[in-house]
Design a protein around this ligand. Sequence first.
Ligand SMILES: Nc1ncnc2c1ncn2[C@@H]1O[C@H](COP(=O)(O)OP(=O)(O)OP(=O)(O)O)[C@@H](O)[C@H]1O
Length: 339
Amino acid sequence: MFAKDIGIDLGTANVLIHVKGKGIVLNEPSVVALDKNTNKVLAVGEEARRMVGRTPGNIVAIRPLKDGVIADFDVTEAMLKHFINKLNVKGFLSKPRILICCPTNITSVEQKAIREAAEKSGGKKIYLEEEPKVAAIGAGMDIFNPTGNMVVDIGGGTTDVAVLSMGDIVTAQSIKMAGDKFDHEILNYIKREYKLLIGERTAEDIKINIGTVFSVNREDGEEVQTEMDIRGRDMVSGLPRTITVTSKEIEGALKESVAVIVQAAKNVLEKTPPELSADIIDRGVIITGGGALLHGMDQLLAEELKVPVFKAENPMDCVAVGTGMMLENIDKISRRKIG
Ligand SMILES: Nc1ncnc2c1ncn2[C@@H]1O[C@H](COP(=O)(O)OP(=O)(O)OP(=O)(O)O)[C@@H](O)[C@H]1O
């Protein structure tokens, strides 16, 4: 039996592919390495990511989807085709249906081009879906009932906040404030405070290892790392230098960015019809996406929104898992409305 349904989470930071009956079969960073002179694609995914910040002059490692929009369409298309071809769709899976979750703010021209890229790679029927809806389904919410469900999906480029009921979005907001901006804030903080230049990957490592947005309980429970040695280039001497930064410092550096996410969630709640608000108090808010893994995100949101907040089980897999669940019911859903 060959699987026929493929779900793709075409994210700013990562691309995940779910195949019916197999689960998530591909999980790679959305990075492409190009030869600047010939525009030839040299590497895609993990191999290209290892090159970020470490390439010689003629090679560039780029992230074609930046800030939740498609910054370089041709490269996005090449990347998508590369990943789909890796599955050997044409050989193994006869004419699959493909559901793609792409950034919320892409234009209709870009949507059309994404469809075409998937068709050229062997897809029979292509569906596009909105990210927060699929994230909510993947996180285990039953959004098809007449009850209010709220999801906050914090990705690399965008944070999507949505209240869903009866299979659709009731109120939502999408902001360009997410994991990438957190990395930038950390990078800028280190530059400002220590006159030390670090790369984007180092900034991300700091965020993942010692970052927090709610340090109150950081020392509770298991042993957690609260400081880290960082290497970078001294801005004055130009030489390599090592410094030590603490969780508390990173919490300070991320404060303003996180406040923007909290505000977006508050805005959505304010626009939510009262019956659905009542449901959200009962059922809580689910957070998904890589940003949900940032230490204290659930606690901070719970304190600010005054509702229970739960981290999805595997926050970074929710969209991909959701595409699989959605495809299972696509005939039912497509009669209602789907791209
Ligand atoms: N343990 C962690 N702590 C904090 N942040 C993390 C952790 N793991 C991953 N991230 C961050 O999550 C982000 C990527 O999340 P995700 O894969 O959900 O984004 P995406 O779906 O590709 O992006 P978008 O939804 O904007 O298109 C990155 O910024 C990454 O640094």
